[in-house]
Design a protein around this ligand. Sequence first.
Ligand code: CAO
Length: 415
Amino acid sequence: MSKALDGVRILDFTHVQSGPTCTQLLAWFGADVIKVERAGEGDATRGQLRDIPDADSLYFTMLNHNKRSVTLDTKKPSGKRVLETLIKTCDVLVENFAPGALDRMGFTWERIQELNPKMIVASVKGFGPGPYEDCKVYENVAQCAGGAASTTGFDDGPPMVTGAQIGDSGTGLHLALGIVTALYQRNTTGRGQKVLAPMQDAVLNLCRVKLRDQQRLERTHVLKEYPQYPDSHFGDAVPRAGNASGGGQPGWILKCKGWETDPNAYIYFITQGPVWPAVCKVIGEEGWIDDEAYATPAARLLHLKPIFKRIEQWTMSKTKFEAMEILNQYDIPCGPILSMKEIAHDESLRRSGTIVEVDHPVRGKYLTVGNPIKMSDSPTEVTRSPLLGEHTEEVLSELGYGAADIAALRAEKVI
Ligand code: CAO
């Protein structure tokens, strides 16, 4: 079957996590992704957090599936010439170097336009224009500067980062959307364009509801669905909300049977308005259905802590999976806290191709996260990440380099 991005060629100048997640998605949608890496060393993540000596790390393999790898020293003149040929023959250049690195290499936007006016140049940077635009940025810096950390955690603790890589993988997703949109626009304009996804901006986009709450707080001085209500004070900025739901339906994480020994024996429980009578029946508090202190969502906001304490007495008598089964019979929205171990063994995620087992010639079999976006006419087959420089000769031959040219580049240590 054909793929959505068949025929699109990506010059993948990305490294670490944010850029590689973007180009991996494009590869899964069918683009030919040619990853250009420094000769000898390659993407730094190949060697980071290694669990098997001399094998590419899971950090690298899990971010670089379905790509080809070319080694090239793009600071040497002959390496620059190869890069120029690649620029002329690719549709998109994706990069996430530190600010200014591409310019210092001699590949300014103007130069790239000269070489290929149809080229889309897509970049991840830590920050957009402003005081921090020249800064190097990693995941947690973006989480902090994008508003996520100040609104995550508990009121009596410090700001907290989340395990979801919203700064890196979140920005990669934003960039991928920018790229396919630019490709679409190029169909009518015939021109390339610059696409920029700053990590701070991407995190803020994902924290949109917190900027909503900031404005509600400034207007009303209270956020009634936050755990600070009704007992403690609000300051002038959105506080950390613990495990409160980000929407209009109050929720919290509650203990389940086994919590004393299993750190993940918990369930997320949402007291959605329409199913309040069902919640009362399940936990054996039918009297709350008509009690005016509990009967309406507005009245319940004053009593959320004792309500969740009472529901927790019920959830503690069930495992998280038993609770799920019972609550779903009543359409009560809830979710088990799943450990990575449980997710790794989840049969339905494996069937859907979201958890995939991949075979690698050096490290053997390992699990990865496949394409989370499912398309009926463009299915994804996850193939292993390339070894460093595995496709250098193949790609150079496609670009018209003969065996003697390739040998000369190798002797010069350019590839
Ligand atoms: N041949 C020759 N030189 C190469 C090369 C190649 N194939 N590929 C890269 N280089 C050079 C770059 O040109 C750069 O050289 P100069 O500093 O002399 O201009 C150098 O390698 C290092 O690049 P870098 O500064 O991007 O790398 P770093 O490890 O120092 O910084 C990071 C890493 C991620 C902090 C930085 O790239 C960055 O801020 N990127 C933008 C934000 C981002 O994507 N962050 C997410 C990373 S995932 O957590």
